[in-house]
Design a protein around this ligand. Structure first.
Ligand code: CP
Length: 328
């Protein structure tokens, strides 16, 4: 589809200077891009509300969510408003002309005329890449099916760096739905940009991490696989729990077999190393018991809160180069 871009469209997209013009896959990020985003997020978190309020004034952010979301949509929209941008969009795809049969490409061709950047979640894997190919304004993938969720991964990395002071050398258990979980897919690729990271993959046999992701990352990650949640907890710094995603299963009987495979409780955490932290991209169902919220191990609400500075940073880095006086 790149060949379909008009020359002026291609030019507009290259104006992002020294940052990515679209955020589609975490695989597009070098370590330097990741660190630039995390450093900028750190500055956003420290900056006063007043000092940020005009950073993206006269900018319009389109928020297109074709799949349910609480955190990603609201934190992107809050981040945009914190920087002075206006937000257009919908949260219910059922109320759009998609219902009348409009193609994704046509929708993007409309929205690129209304907004300066598009944040999109879609249920089809690869939809964000396709949108970026036809759009002359930047596109951020806010989750495409079971494929990728790159802004969540930057939130995860920011949370890890803030809590542990580093990402290199971290030891992380990823537990639950590793087959369909886009957050853990993206996190594997991102962690492979760092050194000395050990990943313990814990899942039922039917929900193992896709082989191609292990092949793509095994040169730099130390990877262990098991179905036993407690096996590697004494060695891990982080337990990254994920929801078993009912909506991704082609067969509900298969879902029922694994839906309660792992439940993290204070008793489970007691088997872990001192200082073990629990992360989760949320929403949770029952895989982390509410009693964990009251322990010092729970990092997941703070993690969700970090969505604001990280998404402020992404919007700023992608748009500020185009703004008068922008310095991204
Ligand atoms: N973490 C995450 O993507 O949450 P939402 O589905 O609520 O956006």
């Amino acid at each position: 589809m790149k060949g379909c871009l008009k020359p002026e469209a291609a030019k507009a997209k290259s104006d992002s200077g020294n940052f990515l013009s679209d955020i589609i896959s975490i695989s597009d990020f070098t370590r330097a891009y990741i660190e630039k985003a995390l450093d900028e997020a750190g500055r956003m978190e420290k900056a006063s509300r007043e000092s940020k309020a005009k950073m993206l004034v006269n900018t319009i952010v389109a928020s297109l969510f074709f799949e349910p979301s609480t955190r990603t949509r609201l934190s992107f929209e809050t981040a945009a408003q914190n920087l002075g941008a206006r937000v257009i969009g919908f949260a219910d795809a059922g109320a759009t002309s998609t219902q009348k049969g409009e193609s994704l490409s046509d929708t993007i061709h409309m929205v690129e005329r209304y907004a300066d950047i598009i944040v999109m979640r879609h249920f089809i894997e690869g939809a964000a890449r396709r949108a970026a190919e036809v759009s002359r304004v930047p596109v951020i993938n806010a989750g495409d099916g079971s494929n990728q969720h790159p802004s969540q991964t930057l939130v995860d990395l920011y949370t890890i760096r803030k809590s542990f002071g580093k990402i290199d050398g971290i030891r992380i258990v990823m537990a639950g739905d590793l087959k369909y979980g886009r957050t853990v897919h993206s996190l594997m690729y991102a962690l492979s940009r760092f050194s000395g990271v050990t990943v313990y993959l814990v899942s039922p046999e039917s929900l193992r991490m896709p082989r191609h992701i292990i092949e793509d990352t095994k040169a730099t990650l130390r990877i262990h696989e098991t179905s036993n949640l407690e096996k590697f907890l004494p060695e891990a710094d982080i337990l990254y729990a994920t929801r078993i995603q009912k909506e991704r299963f082609p067969d509900e009987i298969e879902y029922r077999k694994v839906k309660n495979a792992y439940i993290v409780t204070p008793q489970v955490l007691a088997k872990g190393k001192r200082g073990l932290k629990v992360m989760h991209p949320l929403p949770r169902v029952n895989e982390v018991s509410p009693e964990v919220d009251e322990t010092g191990a729970a990092l997941y609400f703070e993690q969700a809160g970090n969505g604001i500075p990280v998404r402020e940073a992404l919007l700023f880095l992608m748009l500020a180069g185009k703004m008068k006086g922008g310095s991204a």
